[in-house]
Design a protein around this ligand. Structure first.
Ligand code: NAP
Length: 280
């Protein structure tokens, strides 16, 4: 039976370390979150970020706008936050309404305040092998693997999902750590053939229980990023009950990657603060 990777426990340890670090800083770093519309899942995610800031004693500010806000008004609010010295990190909660292009909106955040790591400058630095601010979920996955002492070098890593948020940045991080990386997506012709070769399998798809036991190699490390609501319960992209009998280690949903994502966001706010002070 697989080891269940305790993402929440590891995230708690990271909060302890970050709290100590915050205590050594001259001022309190601050995070500003922009929420457009009232998507219930986004409201929950934003609340988690506020809680994490409180836990570390960081300043937190929420700017809420109606679904109908136009591009220019949203961008002028982002530019005001770019200039606000009490704000060190800015995130725009996704998804945005259809009339707003996420790439355009995120490109208007000061790259040194882009704590989601999705500004083209930050993604470009990651691609160049010189990561500055790393997208929180892939960053959290790498941190989980490291803290669980899981070898990455030379391993076959297979990522299912090629989003800008998870799959693509994770590809670069795993590659830079010397894994041989395959990225699968909805047009992959033999998904089972690909996943079955994985020593490390990461699923970031958004399809409940897509990954079944017959798709997983015995002893593989399985990281489940998916968050899906089924019958009022949260489930991942992996059929946890079946796959845990095959895998060497597996992250649960909830309690796996999710808490790590928020912890790494907090780490990014502190990194952004230090970047702005010229300390790193
Ligand atoms: P996304 O932008 O919707 O991307 C989904 C990816 O999955 C796409 O690349 C898509 O392929 C691929 N895909 C869809 N159906 C597939 C199938 N049947 N077989 C193989 N690939 C398939 O999603 P995302 O933002 O990366 O998020 C993925 C999941 O992770 C969601 O459940 C989301 O809620 C969750 N998530 C969790 C966290 C966390 O902190 N735990 C953070 C971020 C996201 P194409 O590119 O071909 O369309």
């Amino acid at each position: 039976m697989a080891k269940i990777i305790d993402g929440k426990g590891i995230a708690d340890k990271i909060y302890e370390e970050l709290k100590e670090e915050v205590g050594t800083l001259k001022d309190k770093p601050g995070l500003a979150v922009i929420l457009v519309g009232d998507d219930p899942a986004s409201i929950v995610y934003v609340r988690n970020k506020e809680r994490a800031c409180k836990r570390l004693g960081l300043n937190y500010k929420l700017l809420r706008f109606p679904q109908s806000i136009d591009r220019d008004e949203l961008i002028s609010n982002i530019r005001a936050l770019n200039k606000d010295e009490r704000v060190n990190g800015i995130i725009v909660q996704m998804p945005l309404p259809k009339h707003l292009d996420p790439f355009d909106i995120v490109s208007n955040i000061d790259p040194l305040k882009d704590v989601d790591g999705l500004h083209p400058d930050n993604l470009g630095m990651l691609l160049s092998g010189k990561p500055r601010i790393i997208p929180c979920t892939p960053f959290g996955i790498i941190e989980l693997l490291k803290r669980e002492n899981i070898d990455i070098k030379g391993k076959n890593a297979v990522i299912v999902g090629r989003s800008n948020l998870v799959g693509k940045p994770l590809f670069h991080l795993l590659l830079s750590l010397d894994a041989t990386v395959t990225v699968c997506h909805s047009k992959t012709s033999d998904l089972k053939g690909e996943t079955h070769r994985a020593d490390i399998l990461v699923c970031a798809v958004g399809v409940p229980r897509l990954i079944t036991a017959d798709m997983v190699k015995e002893g593989a490390i399985v990281i489940d990023v998916g968050i899906n609501r089924v019958d009022d319960k949260l489930v991942g992209d992996v059929d946890f009950e079946e796959v845990k009998n095959i895998a060497g280690a597996i992250t649960p949903v909830p309690g796996g990657v999710g808490p790590m994502t928020v912890a790494m966001l907090m780490k990014n706010v502190i990194t952004a603060y230090r970047l702005q002070k010229g300390e790193v």
